[in-house]
Design a protein around this ligand. Structure first.
Ligand SMILES: [Zn+2]
Length: 292
């Protein structure tokens, strides 16, 4: 299991913003400690197989596979406005490194090695022409376009609907997009399925049992599509302790989610999206354990 991570991604901050550097920093340190401490403890055996890999930035050409020249220029020059998605100093550099990490994770997957991009900013709300919801460039969309497989699936398990990803791929016969998300909730989309985009809106309070039975249906649909690669928009804001959402998953639920995805027996990579609770590190670890 390759974890794509660069300490660069924890260098930007917007005071009081839930998408904080600590969430990724703590997760990185948690995984690193699990790997190095008590290597023979049964729970840590898995972590010995983790290898951290540094990403390279996505090029302008990579970003233009998905986004308009107008959005690329706006992020480059900081000339955009969104309440949730501030034009922070050097945000272009952070956003293109996060997109590059997603590409690297996808490239590992097609070589047969499961990989996870532990980077920020997240991406699934960014549309062709717009930043939104803490997202500047759509990392998973860029990675899927870059590897250009005849058929790819995107499974979005963030608590929010990936409206940017849906907008980018709607009608694209090479890509199946499947999302499980809380509704009603920001951004208010994903209520219905259409064409190649399948949506499972879930009510507030949905617990592990109901969540997993819905995920099983999604997994069957992915299997039927028979993609060469599966990219997972992995958000951990479905956790019961998340401060900005209302689903009720446990830490151990993520291992079961990971195992269901592994059961597809297809090349697979994950990309960090949301997750704002102080237990996010354990949720990520649980997910990776299931996925491996
Ligand atoms: Zn989210």
């Amino acid at each position: 299991m390759k974890i794509i991570f660069s300490p660069e991604c924890i260098k930007y901050n917007s005071s009081g913003h839930p998408e904080s550097p600590e969430r990724v920093k703590n997760t990185y340190e948690y995984l690193k400690n699990m790997k190095s401490e008590q290597p023979f403890a049964p729970t840590n055996m898995y972590c010995k197989h983790i290898q951290f890999v540094e990403p390279e930035s996505a090029s302008d050409k990579d970003i233009l596979l998905v986004h308009s020249q107008g959005l690329l220029n706006a992020v480059k020059t900081g000339s955009f406005f969104d309440m949730d998605t501030p034009a922070l100093p050097n945000i272009f550099d952070y956003a293109k490194l996060s997109a590059g990490a997603a590409i690297k994770a996808a490239e590992f997957a097609i070589q047969g090695e499961t990989a996870f991009s532990l980077m920020r900013p997240p991406g699934h709300h960014a549309g062709k022409n717009s930043v939104a919801g803490f997202c500047y460039f759509n990392n998973i969309a860029i990675a899927i376009k870059k590897i250009n497989a005849p058929r790819s699936a995107i499974l979005d398990i963030d608590c929010h609907h990936g409206n940017g990803t849906e907008e980018i791929f709607l009608g694209d016969k090479k890509v199946l997009y499947v999302s499980l998300h809380q509704s009603p909730l920001y951004p208010g989309t994903g209520l219905l399925s259409q064409d190649n985009c399948i949506n499972y809106p879930l009510s507030a309070g949905t617990d592990e049992k109901e969540y997993l039975s819905t995920l099983e249906k999604a997994i069957i649909q992915i299997k039927e599509f028979a993609p060469e690669t599966v990219g997972v928009s992995a958000g951990f804001d479905t956790y019961k302790g998340d401060p900005i959402t209302n689903l009720n998953l446990e830490i151990g639920s993520y291992e079961k989610i990971g195992a269901l995805i592994r059961g597809l027996d297809m090349p697979c990579f994950g990309i960090l999206e949301g997750g704002y609770s102080t237990d996010m590190a354990q949720c990520v670890y649980s997910f990776l354990k299931g996925l491996e």
